[in-house]
Design a protein around this ligand. Structure first.
Ligand SMILES: *[C@@H]1O[C@H](CO)[C@@H](O)[C@H](O)[C@H]1NC(C)=O
Ligand SMILES: *[C@@H]1O[C@H](CO)[C@@H](O)[C@H](O)[C@H]1NC(C)=O
Length: 278
């Protein structure tokens, strides 16, 4: 039995490790779709900003607009063929002629800017305007903002700026958790130390309590570990406080002294009460 079972256990372990290795490998290397975007300047900072958008790749984002008799559908894809149009990052489809499309921006001319909680993606080199905007090529600007509650939000058209002479653009916005700044660890060093101290204290109290109760056989307040020491410690601390913090002369506060003296006198009696049932 043992001879058969132990190698199979070993092989399960090996398989688990192998599967995990493959998963890790995939996680690190397989999804690198943002590489398909061609940045105008191959700077490291831009590459890094673009990499933040990896979770949004390989998805067609669509939005419809209606204005008077005109109705358009826009399709956006991150570093991939929007609506299956080769090279296009954003396309516009007229409802009246669904077979035709206008390319608003191409992902082989990408610019990307980013900050804490936002990324701005600019696709250039779209189809040229027929008469407006000095017959320049179209540009698409996609503003992606942090929203911790949405993986991938709904694409929205903000505006189409085509009344200028130059540098017209189509502006879109999208909410996504992908561009959110990483969440800070909830525990700082200080709080970790506090938690450890608290755990040690709990272990000390529970362990000491059990020891006093089960092994020493103490009852009542005596069950607290090192009760006598802590009682003394408490009194000493109080005395210290009294000495350091009191602003008025000690003799000038007889009321306090009276109370303290009474309390001290009562304490041994109380302890005796607890000891009686023994
Ligand atoms: C995007 O849309 C096009 C056309 O509808 C389709 O061919 C393509 O597979 C879609 N891509 C994704 C990732 O859904
Ligand atoms: C992007 O692709 C288009 C068409 O394929 C081409 O005309 C253009 O020169 C390319 N731009 C860059 C920067 O490679």
């Amino acid at each position: 039995m043992k001879v058969i079972s132990s190698p199979s256990g070993g092989s399960i372990l090996v398989w688990t490790l192998a599967v995990q290795l493959v998963l890790c490998w995939n996680g690190v290397y397989a999804t690198d779709n943002t590489k398909d975007c061609k940045l105008l300047s191959e700077s490291d900072t831009e590459q890094k900003v673009l990499k933040r958008l990896e979770p949004l790749t390989r998805k067609n984002f669509t939005v419809e607009t209606k204005e008077d008799s005109e109705s358009y559908t826009y399709v956006f894809q991150l570093c991939g063929d929007a609506g299956g149009v080769p090279g296009a990052g954003v396309i516009q489809v007229d409802k009246k002629t669904p077979k035709k499309h206008v390319v608003i921006g191409m992902y082989n001319e990408t610019k990307v800017l980013g900050g804490s909680g936002w990324v701005m993606l600019i696709y250039g080199n779209g189809d040229a305007y027929v008469s407006r905007c000095s017959k320049e090529r179209r540009n698409a600007i996609i503003m992606i903002s942090c929203s911790r509650t949405t993986d991938m939000g709904q694409l929205k058209v903000v505006e189409e700026e085509r009344k200028r002479n130059r540098e017209c653009f189509y502006l879109f916005e999208l909410d996504s958790s992908a561009v959110c700044p990483p969440v800070q660890s909830h525990f700082s060093t200080g709080s970790i130390i506090l938690i450890i101290a608290f755990c040690l204290l709990a272990v000390y109290l529970v362990g000491g309590f059990l020891y006093q109760r089960l092994i020493v056989g103490a009852k009542g307040m005596e069950q607290f570990p090192n009760y006598a020491f802590w009682a003394d410690f408490g009194n000493l601390t109080a005395d210290g406080c009294d000495f350091v913090c009191r602003s008025r002369n000690r003799e000038a506060a007889p009321a306090y002294r009276g109370v303290t003296a009474e309390a001290l006198a009562e304490e041994p009696e109380e302890r005796d009460d607890h000891l009686l049932p023994m």
